[in-house]
Design a protein around this ligand. Structure first.
Ligand SMILES: *[C@@H]1O[C@H](CO)[C@@H](O)[C@H](O)[C@H]1NC(C)=O
Ligand SMILES: *[C@@H]1O[C@H](CO)[C@@H](O)[C@H](O)[C@H]1NC(C)=O
Ligand SMILES: *[C@@H]1O[C@H](CO)[C@@H](O)[C@H](O)[C@H]1NC(C)=O
Ligand SMILES: *[C@@H]1O[C@H](CO)[C@@H](O)[C@H](O)[C@H]1NC(C)=O
Length: 623
C-alpha cells in the first residue's frame, strides 16, 4: 500500500465547512492511500453508528458528520462513473441507541430517520439494537424499510406487523442486482446473529435454520452470480453464523467470490477466509468509514466467463474527519460539500439545537476512560461509578445494600470539559432501571459480583449448564462488556500489559511540525488484521486498551471490613438488564428468587438519570 506525505495543515481556526459548527477541526496526519479498484468494485461500509450521525464533537479525529459522508460518497460515486468502476454502500445495523441525536427525542429517532435516509445505501440490515423495544422495530418496519425499499434485507428476521398482527419478513430475504457500470451480478443477503434479547414483536431465526430454508437454497443455487455479498450484524471473526453461511454457499459454488460485511463487536477487522472470500468489519460510532475494493471479478457484460485469477481484495479504515475525506476524494474545502450533504449537516445541527444537546449539566474535571484506563484507577470511568456516583446516588438508602451493575451499561468515555445532555446518552443510553431484592442473606449477596465476573468457585458457563435447559436462560454474551474497539490481534497482544502512551483526548490532535513528520503523533487505531497492519488510513500512535470486569459493585451503608461487622442481610440492587444473571447466581448460591420477588429501586430512575443528576450536583463549571 502506498504511503503519501501530506502537506502540513496547521489551521487552528475553525473554518466554514459542513461538519457540525461546534466540531473541532481535524489536523493533518500522514495518510495511507485508498486502494481504489479502477475497473473493479468498491465499497464504503458503516456499522454500529448508534446515532452518532452528528460525528464526534469532542474528538477531532472523528468529527465529520453524516452530511459529510453523503458528500464523500458522492465524489467516490462520480469517480466510479468516470473510470468505469462501481461503488456500493453498505450499512450493517445498530444505527440507534447511544447518542442524544437519536435517544433524546420523543419518540426516539424523531430526527435521525430523515437524516440517515438521505444517503443512498445499496445493502442495509438490522442490528440487535433495532429490536430491543417494540417501538424501535415497528418504526424500522414502517419507516426505515420503506426509505430503503430495494436495499433493506432481512434474511433471518420477521416482525408481527403493527397493522394486522400477522408475522411477515421485516424486509425482503435477499437481493439480486447488477452493478451500474461493470455489470457485476450480485446476490446479497442480510443477516443478524442468533440474537435472543429482542422484544416479542420480532422473531430472529437461528442462522442454522435459515440456511435450511427452501428460499435460501434456491437463492444460493442461482446461476450467473459473480459475487455473493453477505451483509450482517455479525462479527467477521469467530462467528458460527458467518461460517455457516460461508459453508452453505461453498457447498454449492466452490469458487464464486464472497464478501462479508460484519459488525456488532465495534472493532476494525478484515478476515481472509480463503483466496476468494473476505470479510470486513468497520468499527463503531461513526469513527470509521470502512473501504473495501475487489478487482478481477467476472461480470455479466463480459459474458459468462469466469474470471481466471483470484480477485484481489483490499481494505482501508478511514478515520471519519474532513482531512481524510478531502484527501481520499481528491477535493478540498471549497469543492467538497454537495448541496444535499450540506443540507443534512444543517438538519443535524437544527435537531441538536431543538434537543438542546449542548445544554451543560456540569464540567468533568478530567478524562474518565472506559477501556483506556486500567480498572480500578483514578481515571477509570468504572471506578468513578462504583466509588462515587453509585454510593452518592444510593446514600439515602436506609438499609445496608449491595449495588451491582454491568460494565456493558457504560458505552463511552467522559472527556474533561462540558458534560452535556448529549454526553449522558453517549455514556449510558439505556432505558432499563434498577431493581431490588430485599433482605438477601449477606453470604449469598456478597458473592454475586464475584460469580458474575467469573471469579467465583464456578464458571458462568457451568452455572448456566447446571441450571438446566430453559429458553429464558441468560446468555453469556449479554453480560460481557463490549470489547475495546480494537482488532482481535491488537487486543490479545495488549491486554493487561504495561500502560503505553496515554494521550488525553483534547491533546490528540497535536499538529505535526516539520521535524516530527516521520513520527505519527495522533493517537488512534493501530489495527492488525489478516492483511497486515497497514489498514488504518491515518498512521496513528497506538493507544493502550484494558480489559474490564463484566460487572462492578458497591457496598452501601456498611463496610465489610469494619469492626461493626457484616450485616446479616442486605438489599441487593442491580440494573434490570442483568436480572436473569443475578437470579441465576443467587440460585447457585442456594437462594431462590423469582422475578415477582423483585421491586423497583430509586423510583425507576435509569442509569442515564443517575449519572446526569450526579454530575449536576457534583461537577461545577469554572467561569
Ligand atoms: C411506544 O410508542 C407509542 C406511540 O408512539 C407511545 O405511546 C409509547 O409510549 C411508546 N412506548 C415506549 C416504551 O416508548
Ligand atoms: C408480547 O408480550 C405482550 C406483553 O406481555 C403481549 O401483550 C403481546 O400479546 C405479546 N405479543 C406477541 C406477538 O406475542
Ligand atoms: C436543500 O435545502 C434547500 C432549502 O431547504 C432546498 O431548497 C433544497 O431543495 C435542498 N436540496 C437538496 C438536494 O435536498
Ligand atoms: C488517586 O486518588 C487518590 C485519592 O484522591 C490519591 O491519593 C492518589 O494519589 C491518586 N492516584 C493517582 C495515580 O493519581
Amino acid at each position: 500500500m502506498q504511503f503519501s506525505r501530506i502537506p502540513l495543515l496547521l489551521s487552528l481556526l475553525h473554518s466554514a465547512v459542513a461538519e457540525q459548527p461546534s466540531a473541532p477541526s481535524p489536523i493533518s496526519a500522514p495518510l495511507r492511500e485508498l486502494p481504489w479498484a479502477a475497473g473493479g468494485l468498491n465499497f464504503l461500509h458503516t456499522t454500529d453508528t448508534h446515532g452518532w450521525h452528528g460525528g464526534h464533537l469532542q474528538e477531532p479525529q472523528y468529527s465529520a458528520d453524516w452530511g459529510d459522508y453523503i458528500s464523500f460518497a458522492h465524489h467516490l460515486r462520480k469517480r466510479a462513473d468516470d473510470d468505469g468502476s462501481d461503488l456500493l454502500l453498505i450499512d450493517t445495523g445498530d444505527r440507534v441507541e447511544g447518542n442524544g441525536l437519536y435517544d433524546a427525542s420523543n419518540p426516539k429517532g424523531k430526527y435521525t430517520f430523515d437524516i440517515f435516509s438521505q444517503q443512498q445505501i445499496d445493502v442495509i440490515t438490522s442490528g440487535n439494537h433495532e429490536l430491543y423495544l417494540s417501538n424501535t422495530s415497528n418504526r424500522e418496519y414502517q419507516e426505515v424499510v420503506p426509505d430503503f425499499k430495494d436495499s433493506y434485507i432481512a434474511s433471518n428476521l420477521d416482525i408481527y406487523s403493527p397493522k394486522d398482527g400477522k408475522i411477515v419478513p421485516l424486509a425482503p430475504r435477499y437481493r439480486k442486482f447488477m452493478t451500474k457500470n461493470q455489470g457485476i451480478r450480485i446476490l446479497a443477503f442480510g443477516f443478524l446473529f442468533n440474537f435472543h434479547g429482542n422484544s416479542n414483536n420480532t422473531v430472529v431465526q437461528l442462522v442454522q435454520e435459515t440456511v435450511k430454508e427452501q428460499w435460501f437454497k434456491d437463492a444460493i443455487h442461482e446461476r450467473d452470480i459473480d459475487l455473493f455479498l453477505v451483509a450482517g450484524h455479525v462479527p467477521v471473526r469467530d462467528s458460527q453464523e458467518f461460517d455457516l453461511i460461508y459453508k452453505a454457499i461453498r457447498d454449492v459454488h466452490w469458487d464464486t467470490p464472497i464478501v462479508f460485511f460484519g459488525g456488532h463487536t465495534h472493532i476494525r477487522d478484515f478476515r481472509r477466509y480463503e483466496k476468494k472470500a473476505y470479510g470486513i468489519e468497520s468499527g463503531r460510532y461513526m469513527e470509521t468509514l470502512g473501504f473495501l475494493s475487489v478487482s478481477g471479478l467476472s461480470t455479466g457484460k463480459k459474458g459468462d466467463v469466469v474470471a481466471e485469477a483470484s480477485p484481489k481484495c483490499e481494505r482501508l479504515y478511514i478515520d471519519n474527519n474532513l482531512y481524510s475525506l478531502h484527501h481520499h476524494s481528491n477535493t478540498k474545502e471549497s469543492t467538497f460539500d454537495t448541496e444535499i450533504g450540506r443540507n443534512v449537516s444543517k438538519a443535524i445541527n437544527d435537531a441538536r439545537s431543538k434537543l438542546k444537546l449542548d445544554h451543560t449539566y456540569g464540567c468533568a474535571p478530567q478524562d474518565y476512560w472506559l477501556n483506556r484506563a486500567a480498572y480500578p484507577a483514578n481515571d477509570s470511568l468504572l471506578t468513578l461509578l462504583d466509588k462515587q456516583i453509585i454510593p452518592d446516588s444510593f446514600s439515602d438508602t436506609k438499609r445496608p445494600s449491595i449495588v451491582v451493575t454491568n460494565s456493558g451499561a457504560m458505552r463511552f468515555d467522559i472527556f474533561k470539559g462540558p458534560f452535556t445532555i448529549d454526553t449522558t446518552f453517549l455514556v449510558s443510553p439505556f432505558t432499563s432501571s434498577f431493581r431490588l431484592l430485599k433482605d438477601v442473606p449477606y453470604g449469598a449477596a456478597s458473592q454475586v459480583l464475584q460469580l458474575l465476573n467469573n471469579e467465583g468457585p464456578i464458571l458462568l458457563e457451568d452455572m448456566v449448564a447446571l441450571a438446566g435447559a430453559d429458553e429464558h436462560m441468560p446468555r453469556l454474551a449479554d453480560l460481557m462488556p463490549l470489547l475495546p474497539p480494537v482488532g482481535l490481534h491488537t487486543l490479545q497482544r495488549n491486554t493487561r500489559t504495561a500502560a503505553l502512551v496515554q494521550g488525553s483526548a483534547p491533546q490528540w490532535q497535536l499538529p505535526l511540525t516539520a521535524g516530527d513528520a516521520d513520527k505519527p503523533l495522533v493517537p488512534g487505531y493501530t489495527t492488525t488484521d489478516d492483511a497486515g497492519s497497514d489498514g488504518d488510513d491515518t498512521i496513528h500512535q497506538a493507544i493502550q486498551f484494558y480489559d474490564v470486569p463484566n460487572c462492578i459493585g458497591a457496598d452501601i451503608g456498611f463496610s465489610p471490613t469494619s469492626v461493626a461487622g457484616k450485616p446479616e442481610t442486605v438489599d441487593l440492587v442491580y440494573n434490570e438488564f442483568i436480572q436473569d444473571w443475578v437470579l441465576l447466581a443467587l440460585r447457585y448460591l442456594g437462594q431462590t428468587y423469582e422475578k415477582a420477588d423483585t421491586r423497583e429501586a430509586l423510583e425507576g430512575k435509569t442509569m442515564t438519570d443517575v449519572i446526569s443528576e450526579w454530575v449536576h450536583g457534583h461537577w461545577g463549571c469554572e467561569e
